[in-house]
Structure formats: C-alpha cells, structure tokens
Design a protein around this ligand. Structure first.
Ligand code: NAD
Ligand code: WQD
Length: 337
C-alpha cells in the first residue's frame, strides 16, 4: 500500500516508516517539523536502504497544501501521527493544542474525503481512559475524564472519527490507543529527541545517564502500588511501530471502525524501570523522591488480547530491551539529531 504518514519525522512516525517499508509498503511523509528534525528521515532512508523517504514539509492545517499532495499522489491509507503531545504545555496553551490536534485532524479528514481516501489509522492514547475504571484496561472499559487539554484532543478526535464512520460507512478507521512508548531502534540511529527538559520518564533517565541532568525526580512514592511509585505499561517503540502494519489489515478488509489497546499488558513501576536501566546498562541513575505530579494516576496497564486476536499483533520486546535500546540511542547521540 502507499501510505500518507502525517508527523512521520517524529519519534513514533520515524520508527513506523521502517516497519512499513520492511513490510513492502511505501510512504510519503507530511510534517511541519515543529517537533522533529529532517535528519531522522535521512537516517530512516539509510536504515531501509533507499535514497530518500518522500517528504513534503507542510502543516496538516494547510488545506491547499494537502489538496496538492492528494492530487499528485494516490494513497491507500493515512497514518495520522501529526500532533502536539506535551501534557503540561497543553494546560498552558489549550487553544494551540485544540487548533493543532483537533482542527488539524478536521482539515486532514476533509481533504481525505474530497480526494476519496477514506482509510485512516489514528494515534490515540491510553489517556482517553482517564483514571481507568478497570485494570487491566480492555477496549470496552469506558473512556474517562482527561485531566488535561492534550488528552481531551485525543478523546475528541476519537469521537469525531467515530461519528464520521457512522455517517459514512465507507470509512475504515483504526484507533490505536498507545500506552507508554519508550526505547529506540536497536541500530541506535533513530530515537526520541525531546526539546528542552524531558516530560517523560525514559528520556529523563537517559539524560541523567548521559550527564545532562543531575538526578531523576521520582514523582511520588505514596501511590497504592507495591513500591509506592506509579505503574505504567511501557512498550518498545518498534513494537508500537509494527502495530501500525498489523492495523492495515482491518483497513484492507474494510471492517469499519476498530479500536485496539497497544501495550505489552505488563505494568512496571518507576523504580522497576530505574532498576532495570541500571542493571542492563551498568550506569548509575541518581534519583530523589519528589511530590506527586498533578494529573498523574497510580496504575495504568492494558489487556492487549484484542489486538492479538483480531490483527495478530503482540509485543515482542522486554523492558530490558527497551532500556538497552533507549540508552544505545542516547549514548550514541547525546545531543539528539
Ligand atoms: P512527535 O512530536 O515526535 O511526532 C509528532 C510529529 O508531528 C512531529 O514530527 C511534528 O513535527 C509533527 N507535527 C505536529 N503538528 C503538526 C502539524 N500541524 N502539521 C504537520 N506536522 C505536525 O510525537 P510522537 O511521540 O511520535 O507521537 C506521535 C503521535 O502519537 C502524536 O499524535 C501523539 O499524540 C501520539 N501519542 C504519543 C505517545 C507518546 O508517549 N509518545 C503516546 C500516545 C499517543
Ligand atoms: C511515567 C511515570 C510519572 C517523569 C504520558 C502522557 C500520556 C502519553 C504517554 C502521549 C509516571 C513518572 C515521569 C519523571 C517520574 N502521552 N515520572 N519522573 O504520564 O504515564 O503518560 O506519556 O502522548 O498521554 O500523559 O508518562 O513518562 O510522563 O510518566 O517519576 O521525570 O513516570 O509520574 O508515574 P505518563 P511519563
């Protein structure tokens, strides 16, 4: 299939491009590079063994740019990664987040409709479950109250896509609810490249390991979990990437709207991750216990059985693999791209 990949220069998009080409698909990337570097695409092409990944620098809110892209190319489906994703920033800048994520998706969907491409895989998030009503979380668990505008944009876009598919059953839509993607391509050539102080746990740990930060702050050790720190379902970014190739199956089979949890099904605490990182990589990670971070929940992990049953996808990498590959990337690229 030929796939339009929005946000393809980013962390998850760049890893997904490799899996797409490995599976025999081709892609064109649209990205405005607001949170990424074209060097990622150059390295992806190098890893795949092609000259270049077709790329157009454009904003998905630019309907004219999308029109010319859809007029010049035939796409069998869109994988839609483009979006802003920093939870804290979304609290400060709600209008920017709703505009970029929700309005951007509306503009994209309208262009897809005009050009007769009605197949889309959307990057959703475990955040739509809020403080989950059940653990492990299945797809039938009700959506919850999101504590920040970022999460709201994911929930709203899911609703828009659901309404669209009801109105026009020709649409085939897959909502992938990612849990906590970490790690990097085992080559160490591409990985997560946050701007400024990392918001998320693993990039913070790797920046401590490489000497850019003095110590890790652990946000609370008084949660109702075995060691008191928060529990999450960390998933290797390459496993997450391969879930998108599996998700093309229901698109090809034209089965309407499908929702899948994409996680390993295992919950690890912050201390589990820190200890695994130290053991696997033989580097020290000094840490201090800090107050809880606003909006955090105690425990979040999924039951990924539906994705296994229906699209044949299952995570392969372990937490040790995630720690090794995250460090390999950071160590080889201390300043990112
Ligand atoms: P990322 O920031 O690395 O990648 C997103 C890409 O989209 C970037 O390259 C950015 O430049 C681009 N982009 C943003 N707004 C755009 C716009 N208006 N027009 C064109 N390009 C635009 O983030 P990521 O971690 O790769 O996440 C990809 C998607 O997955 C996002 O939608 C994110 O919300 C979602 N997601 C991520 C996580 C996570 O923890 N990383 C978890 C759940 C869901
Ligand atoms: C994981 C655990 C923290 C940093 C976020 C978004 C979610 C999704 C994935 C999407 C928690 C603890 C963290 C640190 C710490 N995003 N922590 N010190 O919050 O589960 O999910 O990213 O695009 O929508 O909310 O991930 O990596 O920030 O935190 O102790 O410096 O690590 O409290 O328990 P989170 P995270």
């Amino acid at each position: 299939m030929n796939i339009l990949v929005t946000g393809g220069a980013g962390f998850i998009g760049s890893h997904t491009l490799i899996e797409l080409y490995k599976a025999g698909h081709t892609a064109l990337v649209v990205d405005n590079l607001c949170n990424s570097n074209p060097e990622a695409l150059r390295r992806v092409a190098e890893l795949i063994g092609i000259d270049a990944i077709p790329f157009i620098k454009a904003d998905i809110r630019d309907s004219k740019a999308l029109d010319s892209i859809f007029s010049a190319n035939h796409f069998d489906a869109v994988i839609h990664f483009a979006g802003l994703k920093a939870v804290g920033e979304s609290v400060e800048k709600p209008l920017e987040y709703y505009d970029n994520n929700v309005n951007g998706t509306l503009v994209l969907l309208d262009a897809m409709r005009r050009h007769g491409c009605k197949n889309i895989i959307f990057s959703s998030s475990a955040t739509v479950y809020g403080d989950p009503a059940e653990i492990p979380i299945t797809e039938s668990c009700p959506k919850g109250q999101c504590t920040n505008p970022y999460g709201q944009t994911k929930s709203i876009i899911e609703q828009i896509l659901t309404d669209l598919q009801v109105a026009d059953p020709q649409w085939n839509i897959v909502l992938l609810r990612y849990f906590n993607p970490i790690g990097a391509h085992p080559s160490g050539r591409i990985g997560e490249n946050p701007n400024g102080i990392p918001n998320n746990l693993m990039p913070y740990i790797t920046q401590v390991a490489v000497g850019k930060r003095e110590y890790l702050g652990i946000f609370g050790n008084d949660y109702p979990t075995p060691d008191g720190t928060g529990i999450r379902d960390y998933i290797h970014v390459c496993d997450l990437a391969s879930a998108h190739i599996a998700a093309l199956k229901p698109i090809e089979q034209k089965t309407g709207l499908n929702i899948y949890n994409i996680g390993t099904g295992h919950g690890y605490s912050v201390l589990d991750v820190v200890k695994a990182f130290i053991r696997v990589n033989g580097v020290d990670i000094p840490y201090r216990i800090m107050p809880r971070r606003a909006g955090d929940i105690a425990t979040c992990y999924c039951n990924p059985a539906k994705a296994n049953r229906e699209i044949g996808w299952k995570a392969q990498f372990t937490l040790d693999d995630m720690c090794r590959d995250a460090w390999h990337w950071q160590h080889a690229n201390p300043n990112g791209y």
